[in-house]
Design a protein around this ligand. Structure first.
Ligand code: B12
Length: 314
């Protein structure tokens, strides 16, 4: 028995996803080779889990016995943002933690699938497992990989989260769309730290990596280029023409959360680590320690003061 692709897409839409596509759960030889090269050249910086899990990533069978299909879904967080803010917080992090939001929807989606296919074995993933999320989404016809390395959906743009269901039944499959960035090089040219090239993204240079993922102090050459980014950076996506004309999302979970308004140096100095962890556990700030965030705020504050001094010297 095969899954009915039409029914799956209808259920995905009813669940609340913005797009859905299906592809084979087979190893991706070209992508595996790209990943190997990327890691062997140290582009993963200190994200050791990418190296440690890379063999598991190469074959979805490692995540689910008898895996046959990968159903990928997109959830847009493009709410048409106002970016006139002093301390820049990446768009993906201004509302509730997407891991929770997408996972909850994925579980609801699987439950509705099981009503039609009670014998289905399935596992759901979003971000935290060794799955080639962008590559399977691309193969499912959900978009192309841009020069900013993001999956870009022609209608939704790239401010989308990717989730997937790996399952053990076959289906009819989607095909890749034939689109690419063409001559546009805006993201590569706009990245203040030169993190993007034809070799992909170098995490050692990426502001997003240094302000969120890295446990180390931000190296001077990167800190020098930071202007107002305290948590992530979206420059390579903001400049993308696809995002400028993207259909806006109505996913209120990703709306700017009132908790974010509290974040400033004084507040972070006066709250304890455990208070911070508790308060921000449902947001993307659960990925960062209070001290790290405070350091990022202080760096941006120094930059602002320096700039003001600079101007007043004229
Ligand atoms: C590690 C990681 C990061 C790292 C490294 C990012 C990177 N570009 O590699 C850092 C911390 C910098 C990061 C930042 C962000 N991330 Co992140 N991240 C991941 C994670 C966990 C693994 C990605 C990975 O393996 N990178 C290694 C590269 C080699 O693999 P890849 O990105 O999958 O790329 C594949 C293809 O894109 C293609 N490819 C990539 N680059 C190039 C370049 C060329 C020239 C070619 C030919 C092909 C190619 O080949 C690869 C193999 O198929 C995924 C979740 C997952 N399990 O996949 C989320 C994920 C990629 N991140 C996501 C998001 C939302 C972000 C941020 C917007 C927010 C944030 N977290 O700060 C930024 C965006 C920065 C950016 N331009 O990528 C989304 C991406 C959504 C999308 N539209 O693409 C994901 C899928 C999480 C999710 N489930 O929604 N991330």
């Amino acid at each position: 028995m095969k899954l009915d692709a039409g029914l799956i897409k209808e259920l995905a839409q009813k669940t609340g996803f913005d797009a859905c596509g299906i592809t084979y759960a087979t190893p991706l030889l070209e992508d595996n080779a790209f990943l190997d090269k990327w890691i062997d050249h140290g582009k993963n910086a200190e994200m050791h889990y990418l190296k440690n899990n890379r063999e598991l990533r190469k074959n979805p069978e490692g995540l689910l016995d008898n895996a046959k299909s990968i159903i990928s879904v997109l959830l847009s967080y493009n709410l048409g943002y106002d970016d006139t803010i002093d301390y820049y917080i990446s768009k993906y992090a201004r509302g509730l933690d997407y891991h929770r939001v997408v996972k909850k929807l994925l579980n609801a989606f699987v439950n509705s699938l099981m009503e039609s296919y009670p014998e289905l074995n399935a596992r759901v993933f979003v971000d935290s497992a060794p799955v080639f999320e962008r590559a399977y989404a691309r193969n499912s016809g959900l978009g192309f990989i841009g020069k900013n390395t993001c999956l870009i959906n022609p209608k939704l743009g790239s401010f989308v989260f990717i989730g997937e269901i790996i399952c053990d039944m076959r289906s009819d499959y989607d095909s890749e769309i034939s689109l690419d960035c063409g001559n546009c090089n805006l993201c590569v040219e706009s990245c203040p730290v030169g993190a993007l090239s034809d070799k992909g993204l170098d995490a050692n240079r990426c502001i997003s990596y240094h302000t969120i993922e890295s446990k180390n102090d931000i190296p001077e050459n990167i800190a020098n280029k930071i202007t107002n980014q305290v948590f992530g950076c979206d420059i390579c996506q903001d400049v993308c023409p696809y995002n400028k004309r993207a259909q806006l999302s109505t996913n209120v979970e990703f709306k700017r959360n009132s908790l974010i308004e509290d974040l400033n140096i004084q507040y972070l100095e006066n709250i304890s680590n455990s208070q911070f962890n508790k308060k921000y556990e449902e947001t993307a700030f659960n990925r960062v320690k209070r001290e790290k965030l405070l350091k990022n705020f202080r760096l941006v504050e120094r930059k602002k003061n320096f700039k003001l001094q600079d101007i007043s010297n004229y």
